[in-house]
Design a protein. Structure first.
Length: 216
């Protein structure tokens, strides 16, 4: 129980600090230079971990401040590190509670079992689809039996397109607003292709599962 309290207290303390000093830190990011990239990345990670200010706004500010390439890198690193930290928080402090809740409901237990069998691909797809809340993916992955390595790689790779989008939009708003519609439409087409591929793979896996001989 002490371990759970320490994890919770640490998280709440960090959230309080962001709540109190978030605006000041955001102003610092706006005026930050390339000499402070490490500090900026840590701040981006903190804003992603405690989304008091929506992270797409943070990504847009980073893109406008540092340009599309460097802004995308910082946005992606901050978000990826924050997801890993959230995973560690939950896995270290509350996985036993989460497992107990998941096993209590038969349907949820079956879904979790399927998720664990295809955990890498599931996390990767969920990261590509921005409609799925990041915190839900973080917590659910942490309480499951998905390995830390699989989660970290799938989550980090899957975040790349969205993080680039946030930074590019932020930069485009200040440099060439006329291209904004083209960027949004292109990303929408990309998501449609990803979703179509996911449905095809899902149907193939289901068909393969149905062809397997059932145990007597």
């Amino acid at each position: 129980m002490l371990k759970k309290l320490i994890v919770l207290f640490t998280y709440l303390l960090m959230a309080l600090l962001i709540y109190l000093y978030g605006e000041s830190l955001l102003d610092w990011i706006r005026t930050g230079g390339t000499d402070y990239l490490l500090v900026t990345t840590v701040l981006a990670m903190t804003f992603a971990l405690f989304p008091i200010i929506p992270y797409p706004i943070i990504g847009g500010i980073l893109g406008a401040t540092y340009g599309p390439f460097l802004g995308s890198m910082i946005t992606w690193l901050g978000s990826s590190l924050a997801s890993v930290m959230m995973f560690v928080f939950v896995r270290y402090g509350y996985q036993d509670w989460g497992q107990a809740i998941l096993s209590r409901y038969q349907t949820l237990s079956k879904v979790t079992h399927l998720f664990e069998r295809n955990g890498f691909m599931a996390v990767f797809i969920f990261r590509l689809l921005p409609v799925v809340p990041s915190i839900v993916v973080n917590i659910y992955s942490a309480v499951s039996k998905l390995s830390f390595i699989s989660y970290t790689i799938a989550s980090s790779i899957g975040k790349i397109p969205a993080m680039i989008l946030f930074a590019v939009i932020g930069n485009t708003l200040f440099t060439n607003p006329g291209q904004l519609l083209f960027i949004v439409i292109s990303y929408g087409i990309f998501l449609a292709i990803v979703y179509a591929c996911y449905r095809i793979v899902n149907k193939l896996q289901l068909a393969k599962h149905n062809r397997l001989p059932k145990r007597s």
